[in-house]
Design a protein around this ligand. Structure first.
Ligand SMILES: Cc1cc2nc3c(=O)[nH]c(=O)nc-3n(C[C@H](O)[C@H](O)[C@H](O)COP(=O)(O)OP(=O)(O)OC[C@H]3O[C@@H](n4cnc5c(N)ncnc54)[C@H](O)[C@@H]3O)c2cc1C
Length: 474
């Protein structure tokens, strides 16, 4: 039976409120904190539109990928977070277009398309993974940007150990037990450290034919340093600690090819080397969301090399004082692509809009307050740079623990996270090791079938695989 696909769907005009209507795109740090900043304001109504129904605490994605936390702990429902904020509503949908002349945003949720008009717009759509022009690498080396990515990686990591246990051929077994992480920034370092810990401790007594401690974890970067943003001293400490745990750190090594069984790196001296590896993780580059290009095309605003919109000092788009771009999608000199940059940017945009609506003086230029940065390396080891303070080892790890716990959204999530950290850090166990074939194959299957398949499925359509031609549903 073939399914009827009602695509493109008719437009649904959501009525405009009589109050000043702010549309916020994105429920990440920028979008959520901008929305929350309007709480209690009677002159403003906010519609938050985001492609996912949750707020994602990206800094702990690697813990979902390595079985420490569940996805629910780092991704609470946006509706629940905002349930008491009566001037805010949540709409799920992927924003596909912004019409700056008519002041409307067009979004779709599965096969339902709708249009929302705005008086002010805050775009906080974030950034995705960059493969530096080699998007085909993504098939073999998933990135780490979403819950889907983290769950897919969890399936790939634990699945590689399982297959190795079943493998007779020594070469194949070695390939299955070689994990390569590309990119020695905080995400890459945290992933490499956690895979090493899994192999060294959590899994060390669980297999009978393989010894998980034989696994190789290789961390690659084209740059000559680990954690470059933290400076030479902290980066050097992190590298030594990784190596002490058994992570092979290879710097000045640029990945030039990735395929199903391994990858090729070009070294500083110009020679190339192939590494056989079944499980690859891409944590190397960042590319701004495509809505940046939509805004640039409509307004002539400049984009930087990563596709971020070069905004005015008050975070508005040149020539469009009613449109703000904040967070990872905005380029502001001196503001890093970090949670605090997005939070403070979102709050600044909200403060500017509220001041305008009340006819008060606006805050003017955005001033970023650097609250420091930190990264974990292994159990009980981290590095932190806060103001002039440089911490390493256990004190940095305790600081990291407290800061992340406080920053998480929701009491329930904090409580269960604390419990799971206790299980992992005190007992070496991991309570979130469920893996499914859906996690493993979902991303690539969707790419094959086309996103348009999800609407019919939600409406109860019966889909026979044989009748599905790739992209038929887009
Ligand atoms: C793995 C990882 C680890 C990190 N670790 C740290 C850390 O330790 N400390 C730190 O400070 N920062 C860290 N960061 C960076 C930090 O998470 C980002 O800087 C921050 O999330 C940026 O916030 P944002 O609101 O701009 O974007 P995001 O938080 O990425 O939010 C973007 C939102 O836009 C939505 N969206 C995207 N496209 C559309 C569309 N077309 N239509 C509708 N909605 C859309 C998304 O669903 C999402 O809700 C990390 C990032 C990653 C990926």
């Amino acid at each position: 039976m073939r399914v009827h696909v009602p695509f493109p769907a008719q437009e649904l005009i959501l009525s405009k409120t009589s109050r000043h209507h702010v549309v916020v795109i994105g429920s990440g740090f920028g979008g959520l904190f901008a929305t929350k900043a309007f709480a209690g304001d009677r002159d403003v109504a906010v519609s938050l539109i985001a492609k996912t129904g949750h707020h994602l605490f990206q800094p702990l994605l690697y813990q979902v990928a390595t079985g420490i936390l569940s996805e629910g702990e780092i991704a609470p429902p946006t509706r629940e977070i905002l349930r008491r904020q009566r001037n805010a509503r949540v709409l799920q949908g992927l924003v596909a277009d912004i019409d700056l002349e008519n002041k409307t945003v067009t979004a779709r949720f599965h096969d339902k398309q709708y249009v929302v008009s705005y008086d002010s717009l805050i775009v906080a759509a974030g950034a995705g993974q960059s493969y530096f022009g080699n998007d085909q690498f993504a098939t073999f080396a998933p990135g780490m940007k979403s819950i889907d990515d983290a769950l897919e990686l969890r399936s790939r990591i634990f699945g590689a150990f399982e297959l190795a246990e079943l493998e007779e051929d020594l070469e194949n077994r070695r390939r299955l037990l070689t994990f390569v992480v590309v990119g020695a920034g905080p995400t890459g370092v945290e992933m490499a450290g956690q895979i090493r810990e899994l192999a060294n401790t959590t899994l060390s007594n669980e297999f009978r034919r393989i010894d998980s401690r034989d696994a190789r974890v290789i961390l690659l970067d084209a740059a000559p340093v680990v954690l470059g943003a933290f400076g030479d001293r902290l980066g050097g400490k992190a590298k030594r600690e990784l190596e002490r745990m058994g992570v092979e750190v290879r710097l000045d090594a640029m990945v030039t090819d990735v395929d199903d069984t391994g990858l090729v790196v070009k070294l500083k001296d110009g020679t190339t080397q192939r590494i056989e590896s079944a499980c690859k993780v891409w944590a190397a580059g960042v590319q701004a969301n495509e809505l940046g290009a939509v805004i640039a095309n409509a307004t002539g605003a400049e984009l930087d090399r990563a596709g971020r919109v070069k905004v005015q000092p008050d975070l508005t788009v040149p020539g469009h004082p009613d449109v703000f771009v904040v967070g990872d999608l905005a380029f502001v000199d001196g503001v890093p692509g970090m949670a605090q940059g997005a939070i403070q940017g979102g709050e600044h945009a909200a403060a500017t809009i509220m001041a305008r609506v009340r006819g008060e003086e606006t805050p003017g230029a955005f001033r970023y307050q650097d609250k420091g940065s930190m990264a974990t390396i292994s159990k009980f080891k981290a590095i932190a740079s806060v103001g002039r303070l440089r911490l390493t080892g256990f004190p940095a790890w305790v600081l990291w623990l407290v800061v992340h716990l406080v920053a998480m959204v929701g009491f329930k999530a904090r409580l269960t996270t604390l419990l799971r950290w206790f299980i992992t850090f005190v007992g070496n166990g991991r309570s979130e090791r469920v893996t499914t074939n859906q996690q493993l194959i979902g991303r690539l299957a969707l790419k094959e079938l086309g996103q348009g398949i999800t609407g019919p499925l939600l409406r109860g359509a019966h889909i026979e695989p044989d009748s599905v031609t790739p992209r038929k549903y887009d």
